[in-house]
Write a protein that binds this ligand. Structure first.
Ligand SMILES: NC(=O)c1ccc[n+]([C@@H]2O[C@H](COP(=O)([O-])OP(=O)(O)OC[C@H]3O[C@@H](n4cnc5c(N)ncnc54)[C@H](O)[C@@H]3O)[C@@H](O)[C@H]2O)c1
Ligand SMILES: Nc1ncnc2c1ncn2[C@@H]1O[C@H](COP(=O)(O)OP(=O)(O)OP(=O)(O)O)[C@@H](O)[C@H]1O
Length: 520
């Protein structure tokens, strides 16, 4: 074994090595004594400081481990919620089939032989959904079924069912290949792409509509009163509005007594079990407001434009009768707008039960410096791999629907809303090389305020509900299982292109004249 080294200053470095002959290396002993003497000569304050630093490091490690556990719990909860949803869907489907089976037997006087329920169940779901359709009871009747049936036993049965399927251009039948990628004789071929037009077909007549309106607008108030009257008298629909809107309608006339509303959060949580269609009267903010009311599945939304920009509101309010007439008949072209679910994980949370509930966003979650004048310093991880440290004004995690909102203003790309992905867009990064990213939709992102951060950060959700993130706090974000289905005026792509042309005047330039120099 090599002997202890002597440095240029003649000091021997401390070594634990034993000489091969078994005797202690005298040089090493000498240096150990010297080290002890040096340690004793050190001031007691210095050594106490060192211990404190060591202790605080140890505490940080423990805190980090606790936070990881809380984050793990948050993602496990999200996963559990997804499994619960799948289980409830399966249960609802079986109940539905059982019910059909029973009425079928009753209709046939009970003399038909009992068939195998499982095989029938497969058969019927094939008939009902086709090979690649999505049924309304899959989309809408999720985990709240039991609680819903306790509170509104009769309403649940009245909800209209529908079916979603892909539309190929020029082909409106449901017969398409199901596989996304096929692998035959060693050749990989893309058989189906994710961004085909989705079509919604009603299987029973919609009966209940909720109208959500932009506040403090006279034109919206007048249109709302007119639309309520028309939907009631011409379409015989049940109508829900927000409590203050019902009060406004009643001050106008007692005629509006038939309009429904809700009293509290619990009833709002059950709205998706009663409502077949959501109509919004306002701008994009009203669509965001409507989406935020549904913390789980969202019924199809028909956004009428009564704002100034209206990127997500393709329906002109003057022609509402014509549009609603055709939407209530169906089929409707639909854009399934993905949402992000965000969890705030507090460093100070003493146990896992203090983890805050998820917040769903349709546009984006923003983590910024708020009123602080310091740079934000945000550590970002994607599925536990380190992505980068954002030093600047902040970071936007956006859906593709939100790509044309704040993310666009911060230099992010515009993305078709049907593309599945999460945009990672910095706000004023103090770096010459920070380009925005687009990540696949299956990742989980974690943005953390480091312990040594000079200031707090602030998270906001679709521009609302600002939450302070202290040092050590983190925001965990992934794709939510409940998209917002919005009705298209033409189809997903035409509506998107019309919006970027009409709303944002994208790439508007005077056409160069013919008159001038040219290649000969
Ligand atoms: N610098 C910015 O561009 C900036 C700053 C803050 C918030 N915002 C956006 O405002 C949104 C909240 O909207 P609001 O109406 O409640 O607030 P708001 O009244 O401040 O309106 C914000 C503007 O963004 C437009 N907008 C909203 N969503 C859009 C989308 N998906 N595509 C294109 N334009 C969209 C709206 O039409 C409106 O003109 C946030 O989600 C955020 O994206 C943008
Ligand atoms: N029903 C509602 N209750 C409370 N707030 C709402 C409601 N609907 C919309 N808002 C809020 O009102 C604000 C303005 O709404 P919206 O964007 O629809 O109208 P706008 O500002 O006139 O539209 P635009 O931005 O296109 O000019 C938004 O911040 C939105 O969140």
């Amino acid at each position: 074994m090599a002997p202890s080294k002597v440095n240029s200053a003649g000091d021997a470095s401390v070594s634990c090595s034993q000489p091969e002959n078994g005797f202690l290396n005298s040089l090493s002993l000498l240096s150990s004594e010297k080290a002890v003497q040096e340690l004793l000569q050190q001031s007691p304050v210095q050594s106490t400081d060192d211990h404190l630093i060591e202790f605080s490091d140890a505490m940080r490690t423990v805190a980090k481990a606790l936070r990881r556990a809380a984050e793990g719990k948050a993602s496990a909860q999200a996963e559990a919620a997804e499994w619960k949803r799948k289980y409830e869907l399966e249960k609802a489907r079986n109940l539905h089939l059982e019910h059909k089976e029973q009425s079928h037997r009753e209709n046939n006087g009970g003399d038909e032989r009992t068939e195998n329920l499982a095989s029938r169940s497969n058969e019927q779901s094939e008939q009902c959904c086709g090979s690649n359709g999505i049924c309304s009871h899959e989309v809408l009747r999720d985990g709240d079924r039991d609680s819903a049936s306790k509170v509104v036993p009769n309403k649940f049965a009245r909800k209209a069912s529908f079916k979603l399927s892909w539309w190929c251009k020029g082909d409106q039948s449901d017969q398409h290949k199901h596989d996304i990628v096929s692998f035959e004789r060693g050749n990989i071929t893309t058989a189906e792409r994710s961004s085909k037009q989705i079509s919604l077909k009603w299987e029973s007549q919609p009966q209940t509509v909720i109208i959500l309106t932009k506040p403090n607008s006279t034109s919206v108030r007048i249109l709302c009163a007119e639309m309520v009257r028309w939907l009631r008298e011409q379409k015989k629909l049940d109508i829900y509005v927000e409590p203050h809107v019902r009060a406004e309608l009643l001050t106008e006339s007692s005629y509006y007594n038939f309009v429904h509303t809700w009293k509290d959060e619990t009833e709002i949580m059950l709205l998706h079990t009663k409502v077949d269609l959501v109509v919004t009267l306002g701008g994009d903010g009203t669509v965001l407001w409507a989406a935020s009311m549904f913390k789980g599945p969202v019924p199809p939304v028909v956004p009428f434009s009564l704002g100034s920009l209206g990127f997500m509101t393709p329906f002109h309010s003057e022609r509402y009768r014509e549009y609603l007439d055709s939407i209530l008949k169906g089929p409707i072209s639909i854009t399934l707008r993905h949402r992000l679910q965000c969890h705030v994980i507090r460093e100070a949370a003493k146990n896992e039960y203090e983890t805050e509930g998820p917040i769903l966003v349709l546009n984006e979650v923003t983590i910024d410096r708020g009123i602080s004048s310091y740079l934000t310093n945000l550590e970002c991880y994607c599925d536990n791999s380190f992505v980068t440290c954002v030093q600047g004004d902040g970071l936007i995690l956006s859906t593709t629907s939100g790509s044309t909102a704040y993310s666009l203003a911060a230099g992010g790309s515009m993305v078709h809303p049907q593309v599945p992905g999460i945009l990672f867009t910095p706000i004023c990064p103090h770096s010459l090389s920070f380009r925005p990213l687009i990540l696949p939709e299956h990742v989980t992102l974690r943005v953390q305020v480091p312990f040594n951060s000079r200031s707090h950060a602030w998270a906001s959700f679709d521009g609302k509900d600002r939450k302070r993130l202290a040092a050590g706090d983190a925001l965990v974000c992934s794709m939510a299982p409940w998209p917002v289905p919005t009705a298209c005026q033409v189809d997903s792509t035409s509506d998107f292109l019309n919006s970027i042309h009409d709303g944002l005047h994208w790439n508007l330039r005077k056409t160069q004249s013919f008159d001038g120099p040219r290649d000969t």
